[in-house]
Design a protein around this ligand. Structure first.
Ligand SMILES: Cc1ncc(COP(=O)(O)O)c(C=O)c1O
Length: 351
């Protein structure tokens, strides 16, 4: 292990800069949890304020500053109209909970109201730009742009947690896809193609505050050569042939989505399939679209699990929890799509 910067670290950071529009600087760590923790600390140091606004159902890892309002039981989410912080995970100090404000996502009126009320204390808004932790829920048109405007208006930072969307939706992640630049972003998962590596990227004036004697961000394994090599190989593959693989993943995703929709119709199951490109989810629901976390909770998760078990018997693995999502990768091809749809056809008939 080297405790100093290597050429490989600089090379991978530069490669990330060419892909992520807002990445003026890059700082590596090992997991998405570490990346969001560091982004939040950096935002607090930069603004001199302590509070963070996160959204219902958004997952940003397992550290104390963000483990609120994830997996809220239906009773809590459904009964309460005020944004809820519950459930309160055991072991998180109450004082820490006071630094977190939870808001409803995909509603810019609610966001502005909440920000306005807390503007003096808020350092940042953190969100998954596409909510991938409650099925897959897309931001309403202009929602991300509104969040950007609100953050600017009240002088706080906007952090995109692109741990799921980064290096998956587009070479520049959701920020490129939706054309909205956050101040800081967090990446992990697809960045290393399976190896544990993460990154915080963003504005030079903010990330430039990290360093000895300034914002603390140590870590034996941060920017270790083995994981950097994996990231370099992954990013090289992803950008080969003019980023062709992203178009391919979108195409394969769209085929599965369309196929599943047709199959739901043909087999008289009430349900929808929604998402974007390689990330999507099937919900057994009467709704025509799911636009928020609470709505996800009204979908029939027992039926999803039964469907998933039937799929598994036919050799197709879906996560058992319908609040997760279906994701395909660059190696899934036409025969895989056909296999998935053939399994879905039989499974939906049997369901
Ligand atoms: C959106 C999002 N942010 C952060 C994390 C945390 O990443 P890790 O599990 O690498 O700590 C995850 C993990 O699933 C995630 O989906």
């Amino acid at each position: 292990m080297l405790g100093t910067t290597t050429e490989l670290e600089v090379e991978v950071a530069k490669k990330i800069q060419t892909m992520i529009p807002s990445a003026e600087m890059v700082s590596f760590s090992n997991t998405g949890t570490e990346a969001t923790m560091e982004a939040i600390r950096t935002a607090r140091a930069f603004t001199g304020r302590d509070k963070i606004l996160k959204f219902e159902g958004h997952y940003h890892g397992h550290h104390d500053y963000v483990l609120f309002s994830v997996e809220s039981p239906a009773a809590v989410a459904g009964l309460e109209h005020a944004p809820s912080k519950l459930p309160f995970y055991p072991g998180i100090p109450e004082e820490t909970a006071k630094t977190v404000i939870v808001s409803k996502w995909n509603d810019s009126t609610v966001l502005e109201r909440t920000v306005k009320k807390n503007a003096n204390d808020l350092a940042a808004i953190i969100m998954e730009p596409i909510l991938g932790s409650a099925g897959v829920i897309l931001p309403d048109e202009d929602y991300l742009a509104s969040a950007r405007e609100i953050a600017d208006k009240y002088d706080l930072l906007l952090i995109f947690d692109e741990v799921l969307t980064g290096f998956r939706l587009a070479p520049g992640g959701a920020e490129e896809f939706y054309g909205v630049k956050p101040d800081l972003s967090c990446f992990a998962k697809a960045l290393g193609g399976g190896a544990p590596i993460a990154a915080v990227t963003g504005r030079r004036d903010i990330i430039g505050m990290i360093g000895p004697g300034r914002i603390g961000y140590g870590g034996t394994y941060n920017a270790n050569s083995m994981c950097l090599a994996a990231a370099k190989a992954t990013l090289t593959e992803l950008t080969r042939n003019d980023d062709q693989v992203f178009r391919y993943m979108h195409l394969m995703g769209a085929k599965i989505v369309k196929g599943l929709r047709d199959l739901l119709d043909r087999n008289d199951h009430e349900g929808i399939v929604q998402g974007l490109g390689p990330m999507f989810q099937l919900f057994f629901t009467k709704e025509h679209e799911i636009t928020g976390y609470r709505q996800t909770l009204t979908a029939d998760m027992e039926k999803f699990r039964a469907f998933r078990n039937l799929m598994l018997r036919r050799g197709v693995y879906l996560h058992p929890d319908g609040m997760e999502r279906i994701m395909i990768s660059a190696v899934h091809d036409e025969p895989d799509v056909e296999r998935v749809l053939a399994a879905a056809e039989e499974s939906l008939r049997e369901l």
